[in-house]
Design a protein around this ligand. Structure first.
Ligand code: GUN
Ligand code: FE
Length: 404
């Protein structure tokens, strides 16, 4: 058992955070044993009084296969996919490339304080297996899915409907577990046939599996979807083909009519909001207030490679910066990179906040020299994350700190 004397910020809801000043976090090889005010604690302890502790951060939408093309710019989604994403994802057909990339990606996640992420890999069976194997080797927790695309994609990255379905189902059967789960990942409607979407939706519903895809990120994309499938709206395509539901996570969700919000709300679907990516690709501004008014659950994704960094605290800052009128507060910023995502993933009993019997997934951050620690530190870490050092990271009680 270890006992860390420190200061804990614990998310409760989008509007509430507990600040536990000078408490002792006691944990063993897997779980949190207790969180005790120092005044009531007796025994030996390690001194982290000059640090703050946050629950391990969660990235709800990230493309492992795009880690190395961050910052390669095109001014809109579709040309960016064509020029940079598809050629880069093709390189992961080489298992050596896929392995090196997975190692670099997971180390970078740990360096930034992320303990759980929801990942798209390149559309190759072997690249997905490698992503799981390397995650297991490094103690990473994640839901991982092989990107599926069976139309409108260049040679080399395009697969048959059968390939996409067969390998996704095999990967689900092989890897799905609480620490490393499988998530079915049809890329987005323009590259997925009706059959692929229907079969994926059906299988996932029957097996209580998660699905992720992209929805209404860009205006050109929405026009293309209308042309391809004929439905009045983009969301109706996913509704008609069985993709929506409480275990579905839709990336972006920007350009939506009220009728579409109703479909999302009625189906209990969830959104991965990716503000950095949305302004990088000039996709648009997330309708945050409208989502809240409809009671649609959302939390934050980095969307690397359209997102520029894996640092989830930076994305929390962008969540505030990318609302032109709505002042998003630090409690909601923290919630959206921790407990909010855990709830969407149905893992709130294990991760997302720090309580006795939950998993010991947490990060120790050191404020800049001379900064006093208090309730105000939450706001500072949300807006100044680059100035806070990630000193240590623990995943299920194991020290996974990456040096250098
Ligand atoms: N839409 C379909 N594929 C992608 C992708 O890889 N990244 C983003 N941002 N949007 C997408
Ligand atoms: Fe994405």
């Amino acid at each position: 058992m270890k006992h860390f004397r420190s200061n804990i910020f614990n998310p409760i809801s989008p509007t509430e955070v507990d600040f536990l000043a000078d408490h002792v976090l006691s944990f063993d090889a897997e779980k949190i044993h207790a969180i005790t005010p120092f005044a009531n604690f007796s025994g030996a302890w390690e001194d982290y009084r000059e640090h703050i502790i946050l629950p391990g951060l969660i990235d709800l939408h990230v493309h492992l296969s795009q880690y190395r093309i961050r910052g390669m710019y095109e001014p809109a989604l579709l040309p960016w996919l064509k020029e940079h994403v598809f050629p880069e994802e093709m390189r992961s057909s080489d298992p050596d490339y896929a392995r090196g990339l997975s190692q670099d990606f997971y180390r970078a996640l740990l360096k930034r304080g992320t303990t759980f992420s929801v990942i798209y890999t390149a559309p190759f069976r072997q690249a997905a297996d490698i992503a799981f194997e390397v995650a297991r080797e490094l103690g990473i927790r994640a839901k991982i899915g092989m990107t599926m695309m069976d139309m409108n994609s260049p040679e080399g990255i395009l697969h048959s409907t059968d390939y996409a379905l067969k390998h996704s189902i095999e990967l689900f059967e092989k890897w799905d577990s609480p620490n490393l789960g499988y998530i079915f990942s049809p890329r987005f409607a323009p590259t997925c046939s009706e059959t692929l979407m229907r079969e994926t939706g059906k299988y996932a519903a029957e097996h209580k599996a998660f699905i992720q895809t992209h929805l209404s990120e860009n205006i050109e994309e929405t026009r293309w979807v209308k042309q391809l499938f004929g439905q009045e709206t983009y969301t109706e395509v996913y509704a008609d083909y069985g993709i929506l539901g409480p275990r579905t996570i839709l990336g972006h969700a920007i350009h939506l009519a009220d009728t579409e919000l109703d479909l999302l709300a009625q189906s209990g679907s969830n959104i991965a909001h990716c503000p950095d990516s949305n302004f990088y690709l000039k996709s648009g501004e997330y309708p945050l207030k409208r989502m809240e008014d409809k009671g649609i659950a959302f939390a934050l994704g980095s969307d690397v490679g359209a997102g520029t960094t894996l640092n989830m605290l930076y994305h929390a800052k962008q969540m505030n910066f990318r609302q032109s009128e709505l002042p998003v507060l630090p409690a909601q910023m923290l919630y959206s990179i921790t407990l909010g995502s855990a709830r969407i993933l149905e893992l709130q009993d294990r991760i997302g906040s720090l309580n006795a019997n939950k998993d010991a997934d947490f990060v120790l951050l050191k404020p800049p020299q001379g900064f006093e620690i208090g309730m105000h530190t939450l706001s500072q870490v949300c807006f100044l994350s680059e100035d806070f050092e990630v000193s240590k990271i623990f995943v299920q009680g194991q020290d996974r700190t990456v040096e250098g």
